[in-house]
Design a protein around this ligand. Structure first.
Ligand code: HEM
Length: 336
């Protein structure tokens, strides 16, 4: 893999980011993928709605963000089953402590995905079909942009898209659902009034973010909060802590889906590297909450379960989230 946007510096980062943003998360792209996200959420809920119990990670939040990423990149439907097998716990590979066995499985998956991404880029170089990779190729071919990328960078971009957009969104969804179901009055509030859901998305990102720390290297001597930081120092900024800063968020330990400034959180980072996928992640999380609140407002956490989180510096989300409900009480008649 070559370099990736998140580790690059201006001026190259600025020019590349501009083209990647236009191709990846333009308002038209988000609008086009929104019905697909809703359809996927609906299909997955169909599979378990009359069962009375589910693991909202394995049965819901794990696969959908990967499928959305594949749709945005233009992976053809017939390849999706194969592509799904490539996407393991990638965050564990780079940020955690995978066992030898896990390293083997993850490395094999990444190698297969790299090979697949190479083929996909080749196909799109020959024929563009309006997806993200096609649009990036079009942008690259515009006069003046030829120096910005090469073929290998496009393949890396496909790898990074899955790195950046899959587990982050899965974990954010699972953290959010756990927080809402544990503070049931907040869940019930948005079940009764769906207009609270966009604010709830911001609040759960603040309250229990899926990315809790991010790294920087100091480009010059500086002082932050009275702490001197020398040039070249490696800094791990605990953004999850900033999201609970009582000077910014009154009563930070309280989950409040009506909180006015919830969107001041740092879940998506800050500054020139601010998450490019934020508009997509926000739409996904909003739709997931809308569909679950509409069809399973009475679901509750299975009591007594323990929540496991993989050990790593930055990415946070439960491995499982078990919920249960009485299917006879399902509000949508065809779901009973
Ligand atoms: C809730 C889900 C997500 C969270 C919490 C999240 C979080 C982050 C964070 C913390 C950064 C680093 C920001 C910084 O350095 O200041 C980042 C960068 C990035 N994210 Fe996300 N992300 C999410 C979803 C996505 C999705 C769905 C995509 C793809 C569509 C994506 C693509 C990117 C890219 C390309 C960057 C690099 C931007 C740059 O360096 O210029 N992210 N994200």
């Amino acid at each position: 893999m070559g370099p990736s946007l998140v580790n690059e510096d201006p001026p190259l980062h600025t020019s590349r980011r501009q083209l990647i943003r236009e191709a990846m998360v333009s308002p038209q792209r988000i609008e086009a993928v929104t019905p697909r996200i809703r359809a996927l959420a609906g299909e997955y809920i169909d599979r378990f709605v009359s069962r009375g119990h589910a693991d909202l990670v394995a049965d819901f939040a794990w696969e959908i963000p990967a499928l959305v990423a594949f749709a945005v990149m233009g992976v053809p439907d017939e390849d999706v089953e194969q592509a799904k097998t490539f996407s393991g716990r990638l965050a564990l590979f780079t940020w955690g402590y995978p066992s030898e066995e896990e390293q083997r499985t993850l490395a094999a998956g990444m190698g297969q995905y790299w090979t697949y991404a190479k083929q996909h880029v080749k196909r799109r170089l020959e024929q563009q079909t309006g997806d993200y990779i096609s649009e990036l190729i079009n942008a690259w071919r515009r006069p003046g942009n030829e120096e910005l990328f090469d073929e290998n960078y496009l393949v890396s971009t496909m790898m990074n898209f899955l790195f950046a957009g899959h587990e982050t969104t899965t974990n954010a969804t699972a953290n959010g659902l756990r927080a809402l179901l544990e503070q049931r009055d907040q869940w019930e509030a948005l079940c009764q009034d769906a207009s609270l859901i966009p604010g709830a998305v911001e609040e759960v990102l603040r309250y229990s973010s899926s990315v809790v720390a991010w790294r920087r290297v100091a480009t010059r001597d500086t002082t932050i909060g009275g702490v001197p930081i020398p040039a070249e120092a490696k800094v791990l900024a605990i953004t999850g802590s900033a999201n609970h800063d009582e000077q910014v968020f009154p009563e930070p330990e309280r989950l409040d889906v009506t909180r006015k400034n919830a969107n001041k959180h740092l879940a998506f980072g800050i500054g020139r590297h601010l998450c490019l996928g934020a508009p997509l992640a926000r739409v996904e999380m909003r739709i997931f909450l809308e569909e679950l609140a509409r069809r399973l407002p009475h679901m509750r956490l299975v009591s007594g379960q323990t929540f496991d989180y993989s050990a790593n510096t930055s990415f946070r989300g439960p491995d499982h989230l078990h919920v249960e409900w009485d299917p006879r009480q399902n509000p949508v008649e065809t779901d009973r």
